[in-house]
Write a protein that binds this ligand. Structure first.
Ligand code: LLP
Length: 434
């Protein structure tokens, strides 16, 4: 469910007309719905009924300070993937003490920064990393809290580039080596074991791999709890969202109309499958959702530059490009694209929807059907809140797009469009070329 809907002919985010946002702040611009984020958060928090749940929002999915403050106000902790993300939490007024630090290659400087800020735990991905964290903690004279990421070797049945829980992936310590890794950690005197973690992949649309992974882990987690006094089990993130019917899925009626076997994953189904498996462990359960919380809470607004009618196909050329939203080019991801002003009297158009960047990969959709739209009109990419703005680049010397947050009838620019001066600020011509 989300808060993007047409009022009359015009697409709104909550009570705000998106055409008005584009008029004020230009395009391409990401727009986020604060109410959708809050709804998603509360729904997920209530899904594991009876368990002590801590949500650590995966910052990597959308990391502007406004979104982070919103999560901090909701009571979330954070799942960090770098020192930069940690500094964002601090800048946004979030709580590092309820946050966890993930990643296969944390540097000594990042480990130090996290310890100085009182991180809840490092999610450790390898034996050499245990040694490194122990070393840095020793230098600071503190004990570093850790949880080991275990790779349960489960097929998440998602895109190859975002699956993480197979033994072929670079992540975690294999299940059969995990007990030994905990023994090794217990012997390192500057470490303090706090928990255990898994994360099997992203955009999972079926509950089965989650349940399979947890089932595989439960005996080990119980054993580790007895041996090392664990406080928590983090089951990672990964819950998928609706991309194909993104706009319609904002309405309860759409969900009710889906036959049970076709109904996408929901927090309630996730909770119903996992709660009975997790409850006997008697541990706090951490969740590290990114996409589920923000994915359907954001759209990317773009303007039509031209409708180019070719010999064999039409091209709808937008002012947004693969540098603004890379998911279609990178993962062949589908994003629904809708007109901001809907007009049922218009003819339908079938076109490739493309950006202005000089490569054929700069294509958002092939043979997409939508209402005919012309130069200067606006379209919105639905479900663009997660892994949208954060993955933007400056390719073709295009500034990073703006971000706006909406709450009810209020909206504010929360991240200004990057200027040319900002893009080149760190560059210079060396003396030997002058
Ligand atoms: N925890 C860990 C350790 C992760 O690596 C990730 C995501 C998450 C949690 C959050 O997963 P989520 O709930 O968002 O699925 N750029 C890709 C997705 C990469 C996901 C990376 N890890 C995309 O656009 O689809």
């Amino acid at each position: 469910m989300h808060h993007f809907h047409y009022v009359g002919h015009d697409l709104h985010c909550e009570s705000v007309d998106l055409a008005g946002v584009a008029r004020l702040y230009g395009t391409p611009t990401y727009v986020y719905s604060a109410a959708t984020i809050a709804d998603n958060f509360h729904r997920l928090q209530q899904s594991l009924t009876g368990l002590e749940v801590q949500i650590c929002y995966a910052i990597k999915s959308c990391s502007n300070l406004a979104v982070l403050r919103h999560f901090a106000n909701l009571g979330a902790g954070f799942d960090l993937a770098s020192g930069g993300e940690l500094r964002r939490v601090v800048a946004a007024g979030g709580n590092v003490r309820s946050s966890v630090f993930a990643g296969v290659g944390k540097t000594e400087a990042e480990i130090k920064l996290a310890l100085e800020n009182g991180i809840q735990a490092f999610h450790v991905e390898s034996e050499p990393e245990l040694v490194r964290i122990n070393h840095v903690a020793g230098q600071l004279g503190v004990k570093a809290p850790i949880a080991i990421r275990v790779n349960p070797d489960v097929d998440a049945q998602t895109h190859a580039k975002i699956t993480t829980g197979k033994s072929d992936n670079k992540f975690g310590i294999p299940l059969r080596h995990a007990a030994a890794a905990y023994e090794a950690a217990a012997k390192l005197k500057n470490l303090q074991v706090r928990g255990v973690q898994i994360h099997i992949g992203s955009q999972l649309t079926d509950i089965t791999p989650f349940a399979e992974a947890v089932k595989k882990m439960v005996p080990l987690v119980a054993e580790l709890k007895a041996a090392h006094g664990l406080e928590y089990f983090s089951v990672g993130g990964g819950m998928g969202i609706v991309y194909r019917d993104a706009l319609a899925s904002g309405q309860a009626a759409w969900w009710a109309a889906q036959p049970p076997e076709r109904r996408p994953i929901t927090p309630e189904a996730y909770g119903a499958a996992l709660t009975p498996l997790l409850a006997p462990l008697g541990l706090r359960i951490l969740l590290e959702p990114g996409r589920f919380l923000v994915g359907n809470a954001g759209v990317l607004l773009a303007r039509v530059e031209h409708l180019k009618r070719g010999a064999n196909r039409n091209f709808l050329v937008l002012d947004a490009a693969m540098n603004d939203l890379v998911r279609p080019a990178m993962y062949d991801a589908y994003h629904e694209i809708v007109p901001v002003h809907r007009d049922s009297s218009r003819r339908a158009l079938v076109a490739d929807i493309v950006g202005p960047i000089c490569e054929s990969g700069d294509c958002f959709a092939k043979d997409r059907q939508l209402q005919e739209v012309g130069e200067g009109e606006l379209v919105a990419f639905m479900s663009a809140g997660a892994y949208g703005h954060v993955m933007a680049s400056r390719y073709n010397t295009r500034g990073i797009s703006a971000e706006v947050m909406v709450s009810g009838s209020a909206f504010e620019l929360v991240n200004a469009r990057e200027s040319f001066e900002q893009i080149i600020a760190g560059e210079k011509v060396p003396a030997f070329l002058k």
